[in-house]
Write a protein that binds this ligand. Structure first.
Ligand code: SF4
Length: 297
């Protein structure tokens, strides 16, 4: 039987973030150690995925952390592209996106850079990103757009707005503030979706969700997450505590891990309507978040 290969792989190049946002799980208690993926580990992971690169449609260099903390981020992008991976992307809060980083990132030819935006004014922004930086973030993103447009780089930009209590009515204001700077002919877009519980980490945000969730969960057969040390957890929602250790992609190739008995057992339980027997899945609200998605393009 043909091996199942995820269409989208997410590599956590950094675990940790200097900022603090209320909906994020990065600072919630966990046994994991913050750190930056070293370049040798990254290159081994790329080598272990390379034979299946044509099946991998998107490579996200982000996990539970801020990718710009990593001084080797552009080296990693360049290496992955050189090895034939396509549709590279990463998500950033934009705080560390200084003049040199803007230029270096665009020079890599990365296909997509995703910016998180939190509010249309400082007050709303600071009630989500409690460490502030409203003016810096806006300046850095706008400078990056201007640089991209002036040099005709191919990178597209996506602005993500995670709707939550603090910014519940601010989406239209954000669209008015930002959309005029973006360029739909470059496939730029803005996306809004609702916050989720990070697999139950945010206990104040666990809703009854079974009726909203497709069964089996599509994340289990379409996406793979890789943590900063090469560990493969069950899914992106398992990044915070890694309760399900599915494999080590520094040691094994992607097909072996994604088709091992642990993955098969969890998929089978989902197929038989027993997903709440899988720790995490019973408290996951990712599908409520996905179904709330609105796009401007
Ligand atoms: S925790 Fe379970 S339901 Fe949620 S995304 Fe992961 S596999 Fe899917």
């Amino acid at each position: 039987m043909k091996a199942l290969i995820p269409r989208r792989v997410q590599i956590e190049t950094v675990f940790g973030c200097p900022e603090s946002c209320v909906m994020c799980a990065v600072h919630a208690p966990t046994g994991r150690t913050p750190g930056i993926m070293d370049i040798d580990t990254f290159n081994r992971i790329i080598a272990n995925m390379k034979p299946w690169r044509d099946s991998i449609e998107m490579l996200d260099l982000v996990g539970l952390g801020e990718p710009l903390v990593d001084p080797t981020l552009t080296d990693k992008i360049i290496h992955a592209k050189r090895e034939g991976f396509r549709n590279l992307a990463f998500t950033t809060n934009g705080v560390l996106l200084n003049d040199r980083r803007r230029n270096d990132i665009l020079e890599t030819g990365i296909e997509t850079v995703i910016f998180s935006i939190y509010g249309s004014n400082q007050e709303i922004h600071d009630s989500v990103m409690i460490t502030g930086h409203f003016d810096e973030i806006e300046h850095n993103i706008r400078e990056m757009i201007t640089l991209r447009d002036s040099r005709r780089h191919s990178t597209r930009f996506i602005l993500i707005f995670i709707r939550q209590e603090a910014n519940i009515d601010d989406w239209d204001n954000c669209v008015s503030r930002w959309w005029k700077h973006l360029n739909p002919t470059r496939r730029d877009m803005m996306i809004r979706y609702d916050r989720h519980s990070w697999g139950g980490v945010h206990k104040d945000f666990i809703d009854p969700w079974e009726s909203a969730c497709p069964s089996p969960c599509p994340v289990l057969s379409k996406r793979m997450t890789v943590l900063v040390d090469g560990t493969v957890p069950m899914c992106c929602m398992d990044a915070h505590r890694c309760r399900h250790r599915m494999g080590d992609i520094v040691r094994d190739d992607i097909a072996t891990i994604y088709n091992n008995e642990r993955f098969k057992d969890i998929r089978k339980r989902h197929e038989h309507g027993l997903m709440s027997s899988v720790p995490l899945c019973g408290t996951c609200t990712i599908h409520l978040s996905e179904t709330s998605r609105i796009t401007v393009s």
